[in-house]
Write a protein that binds this ligand. Structure first.
Ligand code: G3H
Ligand code: 13P
Ligand code: ZN
Length: 330
């Protein structure tokens, strides 16, 4: 058993309280390799932002659970070496079973998500409550989910979304004892969040996706005032990356994300955590493709992963400063 406290990590409780009071959201950036971790830590130290390092079950299999634990501990030490001891949370993203959540808690995670959103309401309550009861013993915080996001990721997929039902949230939070609640108000996983036919075009001919359902968020906030809300599927899919990828051999089609203004607005509400994975993937892929197109003889991974890491860091700084408002909060 490894306690996250020994690793220098923190759970989400205090950070969410500060985010709620301060009207910003803490970034939850997914990672599975060293360059991503370096970019996240450097960006958050330089912008003085708290951060949630997020690991999916697929990422955990990819990177190895033991290595991950040392990487998270390394992140804490790296931040100090860069000059600022920012609060760092190690969080399981989309845990799908009690056993997985328990294993992560036992291996040093300070926060876990149990995603029972595909189950019936009663099964979701029962599973989430079981995870909360285990996590409580170790002061690990738990994120639950109500409502289903559309979109596809490796191990997270749903054809259609079901918006969160505001009438269920109070009962769910009360019965399960979760510390935060992920909701579905129109965000979606992956780089193809909307079909072009769902969008309208603005005066410049740019596709504008359907707006998030802030009315549902408002209803939820009325039912559970001051309770931390989480938004998944919150990449904005920067079109400059899509263009770089496609003009250097890529074939991304109809890649559309959540407009940054909507995320900025959400961050000022009870939304305390905003999940971003796909934008990081796009930034890295754009740079790697660009390097290979310009220098096809290059075969030193540092020569393409280095620029990818620099781009990722710039992207994350932009997120904390201009989108989530979490910069200068440490
Ligand atoms: O929400 C899902 C995350 O983006 C993780 O994706 O399962 O491909 O690691 P992954
Ligand atoms: P994106 O695919 O929009 O980056 O969402 C990531 C996410 O929700 C991770 O849980
Ligand atoms: Zn997610």
């Amino acid at each position: 058993m490894v306690s996250y406290k020994e690793l220098g990590l923190v759970n989400t409780r205090e950070g969410f309280k500060k985010a709620m009071d301060g009207g910003y959201a803490i970034p939850a950036f997914n990672f599975n390799n060293m360059e991503q971790l370096q970019a996240i830590v450097a960006a958050c130290v330089e912008t003085r932002s708290p951060v949630i390092l997020q690991v999916s079950s697929g990422a955990r299999k990819y990177a190895n659970q033991t290595l991950l634990r040392y990487m998270a501990q390394g992140a804490v030490e790296y931040a100090k070496e860069l000059g600022l001891n920012i609060p760092i949370t190690l969080h399981l993203d989309h845990g799908d079973s009690f056993e997985l959540c328990k294993s992560c808690i036992d291996m040093g995670f300070s926060s876990v998500m149990i995603d029972g959103s595909h189950l019936s309401y009663d099964e979701n309550v029962a599973l989430t409550k079981k995870v909360v009861e285990y996590a409580r013993q170790y002061d690990v915080t738990v994120e639950g989910e109500l409502g289903v996001l559309a979109g596809v990721e490796d191990e997270v997929s749903a054809e259609h979304h079901t918006y969160t039902r505001p009438e269920e949230v109070e009962d769910f939070v009360g019965k399960t004892g979760v510390d935060s609640l992920a909701i579905s108000i129109g965000t979606s996983h992956g780089a193809n969040k909307f079909k072009p036919e769902q969008c309208t075009r603005n005066a410049q001919g740019v596709l504008v996706p359907p707006p998030l359902r802030f009315d549902i968020l408002d209803e939820i906030m009325k039912k559970i005032p001051g309770f931390p809300i989480v938004l998944h599927g919150s990449s904005s899919v920067p079109q400059q990356y899509v263009e770089i990828i496609n003009s250097n051999g890529g074939t991304l089609k109809d890649a559309i994300g959540i407009p940054e203004e909507e995320l900025r607005r959400a961050a000022t509400s009870s939304v305390c955590k905003i999940n971003i994975d796909s934008d990081g993937r796009l930034a890295m892929t754009a740079k790697v493709r660009e390097v290979f197109a310009k220098s096809p003889a290059e075969f030193d991974p540092r020569k393409y992963l280095g620029p990818a890491r620099d781009e990722l860091k710039a992207l994350y700084k932009h997120k904390t400063i201009n989108v989530l408002g979490s910069a200068n909060r440490v």
